[in-house]
Design a binder for this molecule. Structure first.
Ligand code: GLC
Length: 455
């Protein structure tokens, strides 16, 4: 009796275990690396947060922050008229900045869809915009040779079945208040809606390279993988778009195949993020100025040097930068965004070799202070980014005998090098170091880069 019970239990565990494993496609580490190769090499992408919140122009969370009802928010829907929307121009601007892919909010937390979903009326086609804005985005960015990504908000503050929770504009104070508010709301219905919309996005726009789900907050008055039915959702995505790369916000951290890369938001990581002791692919998403949606009165804009440092530092730790633009309600990029994209583009035009296809430098190369190293493992070139321009020379530890040639990257001009001993520099340097001579005049680039051809 006891024996057959154990057998039954075992059978049950194996069958349920198998079921959940079979949910998501299996792949080897090499296959995953191959699938993610374009993204890994790209290193720099554009995030685009665009929706009805571009009209109030005071944060994409304005509906929550000001506890607006659907009725109060309706005026933005009625007036949404991006008459200057020209995604071809956006794509050109992204490309000129050196970005290789772009990720657009097809729906943000407010629930408004920029695409022509058959499952709702709350979409761009029913506003004065009168058209599928996602379709135009996809076509324009593809035409510029950029990879195309979708952001999709799991959260929905407009859908009548989405249960009100702590993040919702109508959030409550007590459990009984929540009970009353949610008595007619049915998460199962919302789940179906969410599944259906993601299916539309994955089916109707050709090949989609990238998907950013946003976001899970499991716990009381929150939502996580069971609410979204994350595994089945992702399984469908992978079936429809087998090559797609997907972020980590479905609350499937511990599920095999549940995410492709992690997404540190609005902060600099101190080192390459790890999962169970292994380095993992990562991409930091960052804003120019704080808010993701267009925020007219925000003045906390990062300057060009800070933005370039964000990019270089990400690559120096093996990661990507997804830098956000929040277009206006007319459909244009803010003049400050354009200025900064131009600034980055100017630098990238002559220095992108230290970004694309690059990653962390091998441990043996220790970057001196005020520098960041990136490394291209295919060409075996090491890039030294001079964040603060040194006077006349710089000592690079551990490189003596390992370098064939040194030059400035921006103009390909030779930089002379010598073992530090020979140059009489003492005492902080050793025989394993090299000394690179630099002109006193800082080159006319925001952050000069030394390119070392390693032996
Ligand atoms: C957060 C915010 C959201 C933004 C996202 C970008 O999850 O809720 O407004 O879209 O970060 O990563």
């Amino acid at each position: 009796m006891k024996k057959s019970y154990t057998l039954l239990l075992l059978l049950f565990l194996v069958s349920t275990g198998l079921k959940s494993v079979a949910q998501l496609p299996k792949e080897t580490a090499e296959q995953k690396q191959k699938r993610m190769e374009w993204w890994t090499n790209a290193r720099f992408g554009m995030f685009i947060h665009w929706g009805l919140y571009s009209l109030p122009a005071r944060h994409e969370w304005v509906k929550k922050n000001e506890r607006m009802t659907n009725e109060q928010y309706q005026k933005y829907f009625d007036l949404f008229d991006p008459d200057l929307y020209n995604p071809k121009e956006w794509a050109k601007q992204a490309k000129a900045a050196g970005m290789k892919y772009a990720v657009l909010t097809t729906k943000h937390h407010e629930g408004f869809c920029l695409f022509d979903s058959k499952l709702t009326d709350y979409k761009a086609t029913n506003t004065p915009a009168k058209r599928d804005l996602v379709r135009e985005f996809v076509d324009a960015f593809r035409a510029e040779g950029l990879r195309v990504g979708f952001y999709y908000s799991l959260i929905d503050w407009h859908h009548p079945d989405f249960p009100i929770d702590a993040n919702h504009p109508q959030s409550a104070k007590t459990d009984s208040e929540y009970d009353i508010l949610n008595k007619d709301r049915d998460m199962a219905k919302y789940r179906k809606y969410l599944y259906g919309q993601v299916k539309e996005l994955m089916s109707n726009y050709g090949k989609i390279d990238y998907l950013f789900f946003d976001f899970s907050y499991p716990g009381k008055h929150g939502k996580g993988k069971d609410d979204w039915d994350s595994e089945n959702l992702l399984k469908m995505v992978r079936q429809l778009q087998p090559d797609i790369v997907v972020n980590d916000r479905l609350d499937l951290t511990d599920t095999e195949g549940g995410w492709d890369f992690v997404t540190p938001e609005q902060y600099k990581v101190s080192k390459c993020p790890e999962y169970k002791g292994q380095k993992v692919p990562w991409e930091t998403c960052q804003t120019f100025s704080g808010s993701w949606g267009y925020y007219r009165d925000e003045t906390s804009w990062k300057d060009n040097k800070q933005l370039l440092e964000l990019l270089i530092e990400s690559v120096s730790k093996g990661g990507n930068l997804l830098l956000n633009v929040g277009p206006t309600s007319r459909g244009t990029f803010d003049y400050r965004a354009i200025e900064h994209l131009n600034g980055m583009g100017k630098w990238m035009k002559v220095n992108s070799r230290s970004i694309y296809g690059c990653t962390e430098a091998p441990d043996e190369f220790r970057a001196p202070s005020n520098t960041l190293y990136t490394y291209n493992p295919v060409t075996k070139r090491l890039y030294i980014h001079l964040l603060s321009y040194p006077l006349q020379n710089i000592t690079l530890p551990g490189l003596n005998g390992k370098v064939k040639y040194a030059q400035f990257l921006h103009d390909g001009s030779e930089l002379r090098m010598s073992p530090t001993q020979a140059s009489g520099i003492k005492p902080s340097t050793g025989p394993e170091d090299i000394l690179i001579s630099l002109p006193v005049l800082k080159p006319n680039v925001e952050i000069p880069v030394i390119e070392l051809f390693l032996k």
